[in-house]
Each structure stands twice: as C-alpha cells, then as structure tokens.
Design a protein around this ligand. Structure first.
Ligand code: DX5
Ligand code: ZN
Length: 222
C-alpha cells in the first residue's frame, strides 16, 4: 500500500483556510485531516462541524479524513454532511458499547469507518471491530492539541496494530496521527503506517514552502 499524506487543517493558517485547501488539492494530496473536538472528550475546540461540511464544496481531488474527538460522535454526522468518500475516525474511548452502532451508521452513509485509539489504549481492544471497519487511527500523541511530543512506545504500538490488521485481512489502513515529524515519519512508515497526519511537526512549520514540504514528505513515506 502506497504511503499517503493527510495534512492537518487545524495546523494551517486559520485566516486563509480556503486557499490552503485549494493549494493542497492542486498538489494532488490524497486526504485532508479534519479534527473535531467537543471540549469534553478532549479539553479543546478546533474545527467546527459546519466548517467541516463546508470543506466539501472546495475539494476537487482530496477526500475528507475526519477525526472526531468527541463523545456521542454520531450527533455530528448530519452537520458534517458525512457521506461517500469520507474517512470517519471515532474514538474507542469515547463510544463504549455504542461503538458497533456508530460504525454501522458511518457505513450506512457510504463513508469509511475507522476506530481511533489514544496512547493509553491497548491494540487488542480493536479485535471486536476489525470485521466492521476499514482502518485504525493510532494516536501517537495525547489527543487534543497540535505540537505535542510523541508518546513513549508509539513505534511498538504501530507495529502491534499493523500485525493485528494484517492478521485479519489484507488492505486495512493504519493512520498515524501526532508528531509526524521530518525525523520520525520514515520510522513510522517502516513500522507499518499507511496514512500520515502532517501537522505542526512537519508541513506547517514556520517559514516552510508547502509545495516543497508536500513533495519531500510524500517521497519519505512513499
Ligand atoms: C491532535 C490532532 C492532530 C494534530 C497533529 O489531537 O489529532 O491531527 O493536528 O498535529 P501535530 O503534527 O502538531 O502533532
Ligand atoms: Zn487528528
């Protein structure tokens, strides 16, 4: 599976989001990572549901990679206009026994369900869901803010999740989210990552040319 970039819009220039999206879309980037936070599951609020919906009208090539860090995530699906082509990651830690139903609802909307796990959650909790989902989002930082340091043991975790996915079926995607930096991204890829959330640790560092950065990181994770 070819490595794919998913730039994190919450790290882009907040006053120029439409032009940031258009630049990435023209550069042939596969996904745009859209973080939604409810200020309860994580103590922060970032992109709101209406903006996440509005992004659809700008995209030509890129697809939405929506990461919902919220309790009862299904309540936001209409407002985000979740549908065909979207990846939607919901947190195991936020859904509890409703997770099977939430996954089913994402599927019914024609979107691609992923389960996200935070750093303190063990990969084996995923076993019950692997036949219903298309991938897993592995948080390599504690969720809620950009710019956080990578959590100890993240590389071993990526490897463990890769083994778990491959033991179930071919083609399941492993998304790595958090501190995907220039010096760590190749190791994350080598451990089994397929999709990489590029935020303040790479594409959105100050003074960097986005087109050069996209080309450089795309080659590093190819
Ligand atoms: C954090 C978000 C990430 C974040 C990654 O909770 O899920 O998508 O934007 O950005 P950096 O590269 O700063 O970790
Ligand atoms: Zn994210």
């Amino acid at each position: 599976m070819k490595g794919m970039l998913s730039p994190s819009l919450m790290c882009a220039d907040a006053l120029n989001l439409q032009s940031e999206l258009e630049i990435l879309d023209k550069l042939g980037v596969e996904y745009i990572h859209l973080d939604f936070m409810d200020n309860h599951f994580v103590p922060n609020i970032t992109l709101d549901a209406n903006l996440i919906k509005a992004v659809k009208s700008v995209l030509v090539n890129m697809k939405r990679d929506i990461h919902i860090m919220a309790f009862e995530p299904a309540q936001y699906f209409d407002r985000m206009d979740i549908g065909k082509g979207d990846i939607v990651s919901v947190h195991y830690e936020a859904c509890g026994e409703t997770l099977h139903d939430v996954i089913a609802e994402i599927r019914e909307r024609g979107a691609s369900p992923f389960v996200a796990i935070s750093p303190d959650t063990k990969p084996d909790v995923l076993s019950d869901y692997l036949d219903e989902i298309d991938g897993v989002l592995v948080m390599t930082v504690y969720p809620g803010f950009a710019g956080r340091p990578i959590v100890e043991g993240s590389f071993e975790k990526i490897k463990a999740v890769r083994e778990l996915l491959d033991s179930r079926r071919e083609g399941m995607l492993l998304e790595v989210d958090g501190h995907v930096s220039w010096d760590l991204c190749e190791k994350m890829r080598a451990c089994g990552g397929d999709m990489f959330v590029a935020g303040s640790s790479s594409l959105y560092q100050k003074g960097i040319d986005i087109a050069e950065a996209v080309e450089k990181m795309s080659n590093m994770i190819a």
